[in-house]
Design a protein around this ligand. Structure first.
Ligand SMILES: [Zn+2]
Length: 308
């Protein structure tokens, strides 16, 4: 991208009525995956130019924003800031309407991945966590004969989901009260990176999933993101508290008690999807030393590459 385009982009972002530096944040002292306390500061600003600091756990390779906005700050962020921010960054309108085609294609691709596990399986209910406008939940409900509910913090988006005839629950999975409800299929589509507590959420999802249930979750692979533009800063954005990789996501799933049935490198060359079922928790699962060493070595290499 040429320099005038980059400065126009940053000007559009700077013109938004949102002051990241004034938002309440909390510091993170211990890794959410392994509990490690030796942290490595990787970057000092994000792709929008906000002073957001990405930090890595030297023990397991988990990367996360530190400090990170509080849950209340993120609730306000999703209620009116997030979509205008992404629109300003890309220089085109991205909202509940314009996303529909992209989401339909996303839903169809993942439905093909899930079909061997859902078609004819006599599973009845679906909870789509972070389900936005409900396009994905609606498509899967129709294809697999599921009763679907969408959980999302953005009221404008859940209103769209309601219009599709779906049950909607406004809130964040970390704080919403679902009582003793359980679901046969739980989906977190393009949502894991947005969570505030991945370990806690996956433990909660494990409780929400019925014994024969199926989980679908995907990540925006951090390595794919920084290799795409050869910039770690460009891969960091305040909407993502976490920057997951195949080794960290696999360890998270095993710790929470999920057995991975199938993995998928999405056609966008960014997302990695996982189909999993309840299994026995492996509380000390952790990426290998080689995986962690390779990650830091690669990040250092990308950060020090000459700029054109
Ligand atoms: Zn760690």
């Amino acid at each position: 991208m040429i320099i005038s385009d980059i400065s126009a982009r940053l000007e559009r972002v700077a013109a938004l009525p949102f002051d990241y530096a004034a938002q309440p944040t909390r510091p993170i002292d211990a890794c959410n995956l392994c509990g490690g306390t030796t942290l490595l500061v990787l970057t000092h600003h994000d792709r929008y130019g906000y002073p957001a600091t990405a930090t890595g756990c030297t023990g397991c390779g988990l990367v996360f924003l530190n400090p990170v906005m509080t849950a209340e700050a993120y609730q306000r962020f999703y209620d009116g800031v997030y979509r205008p921010l992404v629109s300003a960054y890309h220089g085109r309108l991205i909202d509940a309407t314009t996303m529909q085609d992209e989401q339909r294609a996303y839903a169809a691709e993942r439905a093909d991945l899930l079909a061997p596990f859902l078609a004819g399986s006599r599973l009845h209910t679906l909870l789509d966590i972070g389900g936005s406008t409900g396009v994905v939940a609606h498509a899967w409900a129709q294809r697999f004969g599921l009763r679907a509910a969408v959980l999302d913090p953005a009221p404008l988006e859940t209103a769209r989901a309601r219009a599709l005839g779906l049950e909607t629950i406004e809130g964040l999975v970390e704080t919403v009260n679902l009582g003793s409800r359980r679901f046969d299929v739980v989906a977190l589509c393009q949502t894991a990176d947005h969570l505030l507590d991945v370990a806690g959420t996956l433990r909660r999802v494990r409780e929400l999933l019925s014994d024969r249930g199926v989980l679908f979750i995907d990540i925006a692979d951090f390595r794919a993101a920084y290799l795409r533009t050869w910039s770690v800063e460009d891969a960091v954005k305040i909407d993502h508290p976490y920057y997951l990789t195949e080794p960290t996501m696999t360890a998270y799933l095993r710790r929470a008690g999920f057995e991975i049935l199938r993995m998928d490198y999405a056609s966008d060359h960014l997302h990695v999807g996982y189909v999993a079922r309840p299994g026995t928790p492996v509380p000390d699962a952790i990426p290998s030393r080689d995986d962690v060493r390779d990650l830091w070595r690669e990040i250092r290499f990308v950060q020090n590459a000459p700029r054109s």
